[in-house]
Design a binder for this molecule. Structure first.
Ligand SMILES: Nc1ncnc2c1ncn2[C@@H]1O[C@H](COP(=O)(O)OP(=O)(O)O)[C@@H](O)[C@H]1O
Ligand SMILES: N[C@@H](CCOP(=O)(O)O)C(=O)O
Length: 316
């Protein structure tokens, strides 16, 4: 379970009253998720999700609220902070920052096919197009500098072969940082995994969990997404799904030659990012009743990305 903050009905009713959405019908904690406490909340005025933010700097919350407003205004299927009748979107509940959002329909797709990947590629391009001309600056707290800082210590705790592979990837990241390439930027979801997207039948109906969102290279966001949506169990890329996702993205935004050149390394960097964060989480939450993702999944994906045969499509 990942309901870190239990709520009783009177507390919740008092919190919800200022939204003017009618009486509370029902509520229940959501077991999925690993960072925050989430509740499904049923009110006379509709179905909602209440999030209590458990971790991370509260100072960043206005960024998330502003970004989701921009994406919502661009007609993308994202949650956004509902405002109370007094206009407040970000409030406190049991000492935690709390947001009420619309509940998006649909369910997660664990075994995506090419159609799902097409929808995801198109959606990701939509996020980038909606923000690239008005980027809201927020450096990722798990960016390249973080990888270079955390990587060596975590590598030292790994078996020899994994240690060597991680070091090789860190060297590549270090060289890229020094090169400082001018890749096109936008606001990124930066965690567009299968468990952050919902489908209502074949239709992509929701994208959630923007708590890793940041400003940065669009190519990096694409690599994160392809690594999760288009990998086989052994970590290798499933070419048909990957080509479909990339073509759907490219139909909305043309890649630059520099992006085409750096695509293979970006796929590897995106593996390192989640390999490291999963190693950290596995240590921090060992033995606790918290959802822990397997770090080895990204070790296998990185091993499979040493040579990348899949080029980015160049034409629109
Ligand atoms: N706006 C929403 N609409 C529908 N379901 C949601 C919404 N927000 C969260 N959920 C559900 O709650 C679960 C956990 O949310 P998530 O944001 O991934 O949590 P965490 O930040 O703890 O990882 C999701 O898998 C999804 O099922
Ligand atoms: N989708 C990620 C979890 C989110 O990353 P984090 O750095 O916020 O823990 C995964 O599957 O590892």
């Amino acid at each position: 379970m990942s309901v870190f903050t239990p709520l009783d009905r009177p507390t919740l009713e008092a919190f919800l009253a200022p939204y003017g959405l009618g009486r509370l019908r029902d509520f229940r904690g959501i077991a999925e998720g690993s960072e925050n406490t989430n509740y499904f909340v049923s009110l006379e005025g509709g179905e909602f999700v209440l999030t209590l933010v458990e971790r991370g700097p509260a100072a960043d919350l206005p960024f998330f609220i502003q970004l989701l407003d921009v994406l919502h205004e661009a007609d993308l299927p994202v949650p956004y902070a509902l405002r109370t009748e007094a206009g407040d979107g970000l409030r406190m509940l049991k000492g935690k920052p709390a947001l009420l959002q619309p509940r998006l329909p649909g369910k997660h797709e664990r075994s995506p096919n090419a159609h799902h990947c097409q929808e995801v590629g198109s959606l990701l391009a939509g996020i980038h197009l909606a923000t690239r001309d008005q980027i809201i600056e927020r450096p990722s707290d798990r960016g390249l500098a973080w990888m270079l800082e955390q990587g060596p210590q975590l590598a030292a705790e790994l078996p020899e072969a994994a240690n060597a592979m991680l070091h090789k990837a860190l060297d590549e990241i270090d060289a890229l940082v020094k090169r400082n390439p001018r890749l096109p930027s936008a606001n990124l979801h930066a965690d567009l995994f299968r468990d952050n997207v919902m489908f209502d039948g074949p239709h992509l109906s929701g994208v959630i969990d923007f708590y890793n969102a940041c400003s940065g290279w669009m190519l990096y966001d694409l690599a994160i997404t392809v690594n999760d949506w288009c990998s086989r169990d052994d970590g290798s890329l499933e070419e048909h799904r990957a080509r479909t996702l990339l073509s759907a993205y490219a139909a909305k935004r043309r890649f630059t030659p520099l992006e085409v050149e750096l695509w293979p390394i970006m796929l590897r960097i995106a593996c390192v990012r989640f390999w490291l964060s999963r190693l950290i989480a596995a240590k921090a939450f060992a033995g606790q009743d918290v959802l822990i993702h397997d770090p080895a999944e990204f070790e296998h994906r990185l091993a499979q990305r040493q040579q990348v045969a899949l080029a980015l499509p160049m034409s629109l």
